[in-house]
Unconditional design. Structure first.
Ligand code: SF4
Ligand code: SF4
Ligand code: SF4
Length: 347
């Protein structure tokens, strides 16, 4: 059997997804038996010009991790789409925007201003000289320099290209990666059909189904940060007043954070039934406050008071999914921003 070709690329991410692929230990040898690596910048010295020279659809599957944050991320996603039969949105940043997506609470100008003018490490902080901000085009005596355009809005991979499969997780677990490799191997060796296009390679259940903690239907009237109380490892976090996104999060990670007695932050993203993970979690919170069935117990002011205990609502409910949410981004300059567009940095 001829070997297949696979590629892995990172956009706006932390590199953890690349490491996760190496973390499959000896199974990587199985991958080497069926696949050659066509392109993987952190592991193989293949240049972009080599990728450009490959025939279209000559790569069997590309695992693209990281969000789309700048013009280079978008260009590479489109180039890899052109060269690949299957595109896998690999990890929460590619699937939902992930942690980089929280930058959608601001814009590129504010980020550049902060990083190059206001941080303590900025040489220019106390300088009276004109502040130097990286430019897309810079003419130097030695030649012209070019940098990618940083977008105002962080996008998901499927905002810019057609995606075949999604594998969420920050990063995807070894089990999910092995499941995907098993699917591809069974397709190649036994002719088993691939999952339908658009499938999510993960559980269809919620994390609450996977977590073994006891739920007693208890209501709460105070929200705590995880470090503020002594959390009972047997009982549901939410019923102890610690916000845990398990009810609106897809299972498949093995309830890793709960095992460490920490609440779920939602990195697996929403389940198939949930359109907006944060919105769904707000409904779950309403149920532990008993808003629906006992409105007489809490009035609007009391509910507001409880909600004000959530220190960072966007970071709590949309830590991994803001670009994929209904909100997508906050609007700071009325009339200037449109969700899911990629306004360009000034050249
Ligand atoms: S999904 Fe998580 S591990 Fe993967 S690149 Fe994004 S932040 Fe890193
Ligand atoms: S809310 Fe969290 S702690 Fe409670 S059952 Fe769901 S996953 Fe477990
Ligand atoms: S428990 Fe939640 S945040 Fe932790 S790994 Fe699982 S899905 Fe991600």
């Amino acid at each position: 059997m001829a070997k297949i070709k696979i590629a892995q690329y990172w956009g706006a991410g932390c590199g953890g997804c690349d490491v996760a692929l190496l973390d499959i230990d000896e199974k990587i040898l199985g991958v080497a038996e069926i696949a050659d690596i066509a392109f993987w910048p952190i592991a193989v010295d293949t240049k972009i010009k080599d990728l450009e020279a490959m025939p279209d659809k000559s790569i069997t599957a590309t695992l693209y991790n990281g969000a789309i944050r700048n013009s280079e991320n978008e260009h590479m996603a489109k180039l890899l789409r052109q060269k690949s039969v299957l595109m896998v949105s690999f990890g929460s940043c590619a699937c939902f925007g992930g942690i980089p997506g929280l930058a959608n609470v601001t814009n590129s100008k504010a980020i550049f201003d902060y990083v190059y003018k206001q941080t303590f490490s900025s040489d220019q902080k106390n300088s009276t000289a004109t502040t130097v901000i990286p430019q897309v085009h810079t003419h130097m005596p030695e030649g012209d320099l070019e940098l990618p355009v940083m977008y105002d809005t962080v996008l998901t991979l499927d905002n810019v290209i057609d995606v075949d499969y999604y594998m969420p997780g920050c990063p995807p677990t070894t089990n999910l990666i092995n499941e995907f490799l098993g699917i591809v191997t069974a397709y190649l060796t036994e002719g088993k059909p691939l999952p339908p296009k658009g499938s999510v390679i993960a559980s269809q259940k919620t994390l609450c189904d996977e977590c073994g903690r006891k739920k007693a239907g208890k209501s709460v009237d105070k929200i705590h940060l995880a470090f503020e109380i002594d959390i009972d490892p047997e009982k549901c976090m939410l019923e102890q007043g610690v916000i845990c996104l398990g009810a609106s999060t897809r299972a498949g990670c093995g309830a890793k954070c709960l095992e460490g007695n920490q609440p779920c932050r939602g990195c697996m993203g929403p389940t198939a039934e949930v359109m907006d993970q944060g919105g769904s979690m707000l409904s779950a919170l309403a149920s532990i406050f008993k808003v629906g069935e006992g409105e007489a117990l809490l009035n609007e002011d009391q509910i507001l008071e409880i909600m004000q205990q959530v220190k960072d609502p966007l970071g709590t409910f949309y830590a991994f999914t803001m670009p994929k949410s209904i909100i997508k981004r906050t609007v700071t300059e009325k009339g200037k921003k449109k969700p899911a567009e990629a306004p360009k940095q000034e050249a």
